[in-house]
Design a protein around this ligand. Structure first.
Ligand SMILES: Nc1ncnc2c1ncn2[C@@H]1O[C@H](COP(=O)(O)OP(=O)(O)OP(=O)(O)O)[C@@H](O)[C@H]1O
Ligand SMILES: [Mg+2]
Length: 259
């Protein structure tokens, strides 16, 4: 579904990524892991078009999208969530989710203001799509709550729902369970699996939580200092001496979780 080939990205003198190649297979969950500062978020920014790499190519469903802008990539079926929560306060869960479709609606502000029939159809379709995603992610009980009143874990789930409203071909998740308690983490894992199995959405996941990564990934790519050092199934990666070494050199919770 997504081919990332030989990416190189520098910020001034800092080489954030070099020689990074990742393939996210259709219908699979592929995870990108690595110690803090390894380049994971930078890679997501390259994939979604926020950063322009000095070298390399990004192909989505066979189309070279390397020179497209973020909204053009979104239009072709790429959606993402961010490492920090990015929801609109003062709005309900349902409205936040529907906003995910905002840039895609054909009707402009004028026809929306006049409430032309085409606009009403689009709105009805959007409501239906939102209902389905709300059901899938079990957000029905909170659909009319203000997002800022929700527990942290639920806010992250609303973000994922918003990213799914346009039924993307691929969903990029940047640390979806960071800061969650154990119960919230296992719930989120369950919902990411549901996105894969029920929506057939391809998933590319960045995550430090090793129990989540090892539990739900079909394939894992390991970055260290901007370079890929290993890839394979969870078992292959878990037992790779280079991976263990990269993590032992870092001092975050990942080390304990990986052991
Ligand atoms: N906009 C930027 N300008 C300058 N340097 C940057 C920028 N974004 C990232 N970097 C640098 O690129 C490197 C990779 O950072 P990145 O945020 O991609 O790591 P990460 O793997 O996502 O880390 P974490 O696990 O802490 O989220 C770091 O050295 C970082 O300081
Ligand atoms: Mg990051």
């Amino acid at each position: 579904m997504l081919d990332i080939e030989d990416i190189q990205l520098s910020f001034g003198g800092v080489k954030a990524l070099s020689g990074v190649t990742v393939n996210a297979e259709t219908g699979m969950i592929t995870s990108v892991i690595g110690p803090n500062g390894a380049g994971k978020t930078s890679l997501f920014n390259v994939i979604s078009g926020f950063y322009r790499p000095q070298k390399g190519r990004v192909t989505l469903a066979g189309e070279d999208i390397s020179s497209l802008k973020p909204h053009q990539r979104a239009y072709r079926g790429m959606a993402r969530t961010f490492q920090n929560i990015a929801l609109f306060h003062g709005m309900t869960v349902a409205d936040n989710i529907k906003l995910g479709a905002h840039t895609h609606l054909k009707s402009g502000i004028l026809s929306a203001g006049l409430r032309l029939p085409s606009t009403r159809n689009e709105e009805a379709n959007l409501d239906k799509e939102a209902d389905e995603i709300i059901d899938l992610l079990e957000l029905d009980k909170v659909r009319n709550d203000q997002v800022e009143d929700l527990a942290y874990g639920l806010q992250k789930r609303v973000e994922m729902a918003r990213a799914l409203i346009m039924r993307p071909k691929i969903l990029l998740l940047d640390e979806p369970v960071a800061g969650m308690n154990r119960e919230e983490k296992s719930e989120m894992s369950r919902f990411v699996l549901r996105v894969k199995n029920d929506l057939n959405t391809t998933v590319l996941l960045i995550e430090h939580d090793m129990s989540m990564v090892m539990g739900i990934s079909d394939a894992i790519v390991v970055l260290s200092f901007g370079q890929p050092i290993a890839s394979g199934t969870p078992d292959e990666v878990r037992n790779n001496p280079d991976v263990i070494k990269a993590y032992l050199g870092s001092v975050d919770e990942t080390t304990q979780n990986a052991a």
